[in-house]
Ligand binder design. Structure first.
Ligand SMILES: Nc1ncnc2c1ncn2[C@@H]1O[C@H](COP(=O)(O)OP(=O)(O)OP(=O)(O)O)[C@@H](O)[C@H]1O
Length: 268
């Protein structure tokens, strides 16, 4: 796996981030960077604030303090117009997909193109069919409604929607949750293939160890309100922190690492 971040300006720069809900401090002076072209995995125990961090970066949640620079600009200091322009350069795939159940797939994916890029309905639906093909869905699925699809197909459709406006950064929140191992592994391959082909960067919140090993250039571990470490898996695995040891060196972590090393050997 290629590490692409060296000596590049980060696309996303989070500095001194604080997020509080009442008495509960979720982030306390958190720093994190996302570099061009990389897939950054974000992990941590339940409730460590992975989703809150994602929401703070994409502008869905106003942090209590700190700065978030997105594509070189301070998100919180932008005018509403600039902010909405910047937010269009970010694609987000939420947990569960969040597709509109009353729209078929091509309508779901065309919607952001009509609303934000001003495309005609016909052009948007044509492009939506291209996006659906790009994520590996059969042509006829364009006219299906989300309820008519398998979990794996819904995930692919949600990915197509996140890619509708050709984002520079893609944010994924637990994209393989609920998929069987074969479906999850197919999603991992799709993600790396699309990243290699289109060159976007990925902020990937996940609990899925196989996904981490199969896709990530770097992994950031959240703990006690901060990023404990953000580095390659080889480095992260070696940290002495108890959660990291349990996560990466427990039975599931060992199995994922072993499977990854075997796949890497077979590919060489
Ligand atoms: N709008 C909100 N109001 C109050 N508390 C919130 C809000 N959003 C998140 N929280 C709290 O912030 C903490 C972090 O939530 P978050 O969903 O980011 O965790 P997470 O690391 O993504 O967890 P998981 O791995 O279980 O999905 C949780 O304790 C949650 O209850």
């Amino acid at each position: 796996m290629v590490s692409r971040q060296q000596s590049r300006q980060p696309l996303i720069e989070v500095r001194g981030l604080v997020n509080r809900f009442g008495e509960h401090t979720v982030h306390d002076d958190l720093d994190l960077d996302l570099f061009p072209g990389e897939i950054l995995g974000v992990v941590g125990g339940s409730g460590t604030g992975k989703t809150v961090l994602l929401r703070s970066i994409v502008g869905l949640l106003e942090p209590s303090a700190g700065t978030v620079r997105v594509l070189g600009r301070d998100l919180l200091a932008m005018s509403t117009r600039e902010r909405s322009h910047t937010e269009r350069r970010l694609g987000v795939m939420f947990q569960g997909g969040a597709l509109f159940t009353s729209l078929n797939l091509q309508e779901n994916i065309a919607l952001p193109m009509i609303e934000h890029a001003g495309l005609s309905r016909a052009n948007a639906e044509h492009l939506a069919r291209v996006k659906l093909a790009m994520v590996g869905l059969p042509t006829q699925a364009a006219l299906n409604y989300p309820s008519e699809l398998s979990g794996g197909m819904v995930k692919r459709a949600a990915l197509a929607r996140a890619l509708a406006l050709d984002p520079e950064v893609l944010f994924l929140d637990e994209p393989t949750a609920g998929l069987d191992p074969i479906g999850a592994s197919a999603f991992d391959s799709l993600l790396t293939t699309l990243r290699d082909a289109l060159g976007f960067s990925v902020f990937l919140v996940t609990h899925d160890l196989d996904t981490l090993y199969a896709t990530c250039d770097r992994v950031a571990v959240l703990s006690e309100g901060k990023v404990l470490v953000a580095d390659s898996l080889d480095v992260v695995e070696q940290q002495s922190d108890s959660w990291i040891r349990e996560y990466f060196h427990g039975p599931r972590g060992r199995a994922a690492a072993k499977a990854h090393r075997q796949t890497t050997r077979e590919e060489q």
